[in-house]
Design a protein around this ligand. Structure first.
Ligand SMILES: C[S@@+](CC[C@H](N)C(=O)[O-])C[C@H]1O[C@@H](n2cnc3c(N)ncnc32)[C@H](O)[C@@H]1O
Length: 261
């Protein structure tokens, strides 16, 4: 995962000059980009809403390789990225008796570690992709974690309407809002307070830009920190940028949201 630099934080990946410069530096990536653009066009014609669109992206990516579909192109990176998420939350006070909701749990890259650590039944993973949840169950079985009875559930939205009030000490979304338009993030922020236990928090990562907000192929979205903090505050929440996450070798940034004052 590339470290953030001034250039990367100010790049507009959707602009033509950026694309031309990138193509000249990485000629091997031109063909995959053309293929992704063709897929993007097809999926946008067939799927009118973002969740259906991204579900189709995940079906296509997971059919090739579930680990790559969640952003890790080999086993070593998959393990390292899961460990980074797990270590961070344990350092921030996650305890086995806590209840955790993992939004966009993917194929349990971090989830299997949380399931192993938390008491039985305390891990809830939700995802829009049935294909990645099938892969998640496989990982669960491979890791011998059946007795922990995690909840793994498909979702269509982020209203959390099927979950009880004040239930979760930690709500977590890693590398999910980096693939989400603002309406999806807005929906999660509008509803998360209802399910947060007293003293609980909601951590999410995002692709940060310090320049113009933009997206690439409806797959990758870049936001300014202030936009997401203001969105949380609009819903009466408190939000803060997590500086200590910046020290980790990860391309995304993290915001923590807590119930309002
Ligand atoms: C890059 S993967 C990350 C998976 C996992 N959080 C991890 O770090 O390994 C993004 C995941 O979020 C899911 N996802 C994307 N948009 C979502 C949404 N609006 N609600 C729930 N899950 C979503 C995708 O299906 C995919 O499994």
């Amino acid at each position: 995962m590339p470290k953030k630099t001034t250039a990367s934080l100010n790049a507009n990946r959707s602009s033509l000059p950026h694309k031309v410069r990138y193509a000249l530096r990485n000629p091997g990536k031109i063909l995959p980009y053309v293929q992704r653009s063709a897929r993007d066009l097809k999926f946008r014609l067939v799927h009118r809403d973002h969740v259906s669109y991204y579900r189709a992206v995940m079906a296509s990516d997971a059919a090739r390789d579930p680990k790559a579909a969640v952003g890790s192109h080999n086993e070593k990176r998959w393990l390292a990225l899961g460990k980074m998420q797990f270590d961070y939350l344990v350092e921030h006070g996650l305890k086995p008796e806590h209840r955790m909701l993992d939004i966009g749990c993917g194929n349990l890259r971090a989830g299997w570690r949380f399931i192993d650590y938390l008491d039985e039944g305390n891990y809830y993973g939700i995802d829009i992709s049935p294909d990645i949840l099938v892969a998640a169950k496989k990982v669960l079985a491979e890791r011998g974690l059946q007795d922990k009875l995690p909840h793994l559930t498909i979702t269509q939205d982020l209203t959390f309407d099927f979950l009880p009030e004040k239930r979760f000490d930690v709500v977590h979304a890693h590398s999910v809002f980096s693939h989400s338009p603002i309406e999806v993030i807005d929906e999660a922020l509008a509803h998360v307070e209802r399910i947060l236990a007293p003293g609980g928090f909601f951590d999410f990562t995002f692709d940060r830009t310090e320049g113009a907000e933009h997206h690439v192929l409806r797959e990758d979205f870049y936001y300014r920190t202030g936009t997401l903090i203001a969105l949380a505050e609009k819903h009466g929440l408190q939000a803060r940028f997590m500086d200590d996450w910046e020290k980790r070798p990860h391309g995304q940034s993290k915001i923590r949201v807590t119930a309002g004052p």
